[in-house]
Design a protein around this ligand. Structure first.
Ligand SMILES: *Cc1c(COP(=O)(O)O)cnc(C)c1O
Length: 431
């Protein structure tokens, strides 16, 4: 499989090149040059296979240019070394729990696959890669854990000082080794600006091989197709399956659509968002109008200009009629989100974080319009990551899973930098 950019479909690059560049020279996203197909026999065989076996079959179709069969088997085992659970909530309603990885959010799937492929590709070609990420929380911790102790790769994470939660900071900044956490005396925008300046500094790029690990990276994207196939294979009733995806940058939902185009039989998707409803508004009105994001209790989805949206459009040939026929948009307030957390807990005994609760709400609407379907909503974060929202709503405390429990005693090892580029540059050159 070769890759091309959305801006130039005729120029093909290898997976390695798409991976290392992150974004194409024309500023658009990389996509596979064609969509690989899974035939019916293969699909039926998934019902008897493990998560890693399914992952191996799917990802081989995307990675076959750079890795052989055996290497792919090994790297998916290493990447997806935690549970993916499909939990029944109501008759016809299932939660696909994607939060059992080391940082308790679905981003572990993409970040860990990225770390595995990058770790293997660098061995032979680019020694000493430096990954630079700006984060307001979740991405930084997933990337930090995924790359911890992978040789030949240094990870530098910039986060705004005092603006991430105590546990989030510990998730990013307690590892040490090849993970360097920088507390920036500024806000998230300062962190992003510093990263941009570094990427456009020719002097720095001469010294260091810099790459990014953000959500437009093609390895993170393709990793997310696997759990749609897995969920489908585990459902007792597979005639008419619909998925609801709590969405921010729309990497996750567009990976679901990619899985469908590969052959996983999905009849509809819900694009479920908080009040940052740029995509639901587009699906309703044909008008795509990015705007500054608003803060909500489902903060990982506070996105006003979703960076993976071009991939979603591409999968529907940029045709509004096609996309709006299959993807329905739903947007929910914080109030509705809190109410959903409460209903799920009291009526169904299910504990959901705010993002997953939005997934469930969207699924209910989609099921209403598609009676007789089997519905799956993606549960994207563990509720213990959002105790300050969830505990007051349910009126009791949530036990910490071991991934968070062990952090309590760990010291934060981060370095405070001013928001001036020269300081970051000096740090990078020395690290
Ligand atoms: C990142 C994130 C999302 C949004 O996923 P996208 O792929 O950006 O749409 C949803 N829920 C949680 C918990 C997240 O961390």
């Amino acid at each position: 499989m070769k890759y091309c950019s959305l801006g130039n479909r005729s120029k093909h690059v290898t997976f390695r090149e798409a991976l290392l560049k992150g974004i194409a020279e024309d500023g658009t996203l990389f996509v596979p040059e064609s969509i690989p197909r899974l035939d019916n026999e293969k699909l039926e065989s998934f019902t008897g296979l493990s998560f890693s076996e399914i992952a191996g079959i799917i990802l081989e179709k995307f990675l076959d240019d750079d890795f052989n069969h055996r290497e792919i088997e090994l790297l998916v085992k290493e990447a997806f070394n935690f549970d993916c659970k499909l939990v029944n909530i109501q008759p016809d309603v299932w939660a696909l729990e994607l939060f059992h990885g080391p940082t308790l959010a679905f981003k572990d799937f993409g970040a860990r696959l990225l770390a595995q492929v990058l770790g293997r590709l660098t061995d032979s070609h680019y020694r000493n890669i430096t990954i630079l990420v700006a984060t307001s929380g979740d991405t930084g911790s997933a990337v930090a854990h995924a790359f911890y102790s992978i040789s030949g790769i240094q990870v530098v994470i910039l986060y705004p000082s005092g603006k991430v939660s105590v546990l989030q900071e510990k998730q990013m900044a307690s590892l040490g080794g090849n993970i360097h956490a920088l507390r920036i005396d500024g806000n998230f925008d300062d962190c992003q600006r510093l990263v941009k300046e570094a990427f456009s500094d020719p002097e720095l790029r001469e010294e260091l091989f810099l790459t990014s690990a953000n959500s437009i990276n093609v390895a993170r994207w393709i990793a997310q197709t696997v759990y749609y196939a897995y969920a489908w294979s585990r459902l007792p009733e597979r005639k008419q399956v619909i998925f609801s995806v709590p969405s921010g940058n729309f990497g996750n939902l567009s990976a679901g659509v990619l899985a469908k185009k590969m052959g996983i039989p999905v009849s509809a998707f819900a694009a479920s968002t908080n009040v940052n409803d740029v995509v639901p508004a587009y699906l309703r009105s044909r008008v795509y109008l990015p705007r500054p994001s608003q803060s909500t209790i489902s903060n990982a989805m506070d996105v006003g200009n979703p960076n993976n949206f071009p991939r979603l459009l591409h999968l529907y040939e940029n045709d509004w009629n096609k996309i709006s026929g299959e993807v329905k948009g739903f947007s929910f307030s914080d109030e509705a989100t809190r109410q959903a957390i409460k209903t799920l807990y009291t009526d169904y005994g299910y504990l959901a974080d705010p993002h997953s609760a939005i997934g469930w709400l969207g699924l209910r609407h989609l099921l209403y319009n598609n009676p007789g379907s089997t519905g799956v909503f993606l549960a994207t974060a563990h509720p213990a990551k959002f105790t300050e929202v969830v505990e007051p709503v349910i009126g009791s405390s949530i036990p910490l899973p071991y991934q968070l429990e062990i952090l309590k005693s760990k010291p934060v090892v981060s370095k405070l930098l001013s928001p001036h580029y020269n300081e970051l540059k000096a740090f990078l050159l020395a690290c």
